[in-house]
Design a protein around this ligand. Structure first.
Ligand SMILES: C[S@@+](CC[C@H](N)C(=O)[O-])C[C@H]1O[C@@H](n2cnc3c(N)ncnc32)[C@H](O)[C@@H]1O
Length: 232
């Protein structure tokens, strides 16, 4: 049985199918829209970056190119091990097993936090936010990337999968905590319909995945996201 740090939010897409999640990551945001938006707010050249909920560490090498130091934190020990394998040979990257609610990091030790589709989904993530307040240095930045269910093809699919999701409540949650919202449009761009089908099946129940595939031609999917950010 694989070790999973206490407080982890079940993430069946990557926990059960890390190879398919890799295909999803490769398809997502080929234009680098998210990276450009974050860099425009707070670049990380020479900084210490925390990638929280880093999964298999897909984003670690890109941060390592310009950051002085990168730490990936991931509650699922198997995924953390995969992340370590990915960054073998990158001396400025470390990966720790841990969860957002109890970060294995000292006070005021991080400049830039990147959280992509992990734990910080709105109401309920207050313990993680308290930990970020503890570890992020003044002058740093916190970036949280999550779905925008109000628009785009992917947003429509997401709403169909979670009819009780309340985008207004999520937005109120972040703005009350001093986060700004940058609405962004990214895209999925797949190599084949088989890849799109496989990724839809790890993201949605089988029937919905089949309906999305039937209704949506081609290899591209427009995908609205929110970049929530705050500079402590
Ligand atoms: C959808 S995956 C995204 C992985 C990675 N951010 C990426 O973009 O490739 C969500 C990740 O959040 C992790 N996670 C779940 N609960 C967490 C928590 N409480 N603190 C930090 N990470 C968490 C999961 O184990 C999983 O690796």
């Amino acid at each position: 049985m694989v070790e999973i740090a206490s407080g982890a939010v079940p993430s069946p897409n990557i926990w059960n199918a890390p190879q398919l999640y890799e295909i999803e990551n490769r398809a997502a945001d080929p234009d680098g829209t998210l990276e450009s938006a974050m860099r425009a707010i707070r670049p990380w050249d020479g900084a210490t970056v925390l990638d929280l909920g880093c999964g298999t560490g897909y984003h670690l090498p890109a941060f390592a190119r310009d950051a002085a130091r990168v730490v990936g934190v991931e509650p699922h020990a198997g995924l953390a091990a995969a992340a370590r394998r990915r960054v073998r040979g990158l001396p400025n990257v470390a990966v720790r097993v841990g969860a957002a609610q109890a970060l294995p990091l000292p006070d005021a030790s991080v400049d830039v936090v990147h959280v992509r589709w992990a734990y910080f989904f709105g109401p309920g993530c207050e313990p993680g936010l308290a930990e970020l307040d503890r570890v992020v240095r003044r002058g740093g930045a916190i970036f949280v990337i999550d779905n925008d269910a109000t628009r785009s093809t992917f947003g429509g699919w997401f709403r169909r999968s979670l009819p009780s999701y309340d985008p207004g409540a999520v937005e109120r949650f972040w703005s009350r905590r001093g986060f700004s919202r940058e609405p962004l449009m990214i895209r999925w761009s797949f190599q084949s319909r088989d890849d799109l089908a496989a990724v839809l099946r790890i993201e949605f129940p089988a029937e919905l995945a089949a309906a999305c595939l039937r209704e949506h031609p081609g290899l591209e999917v427009d995908y609205a996201v929110n970049l929530w950010w705050r500079c402590p």
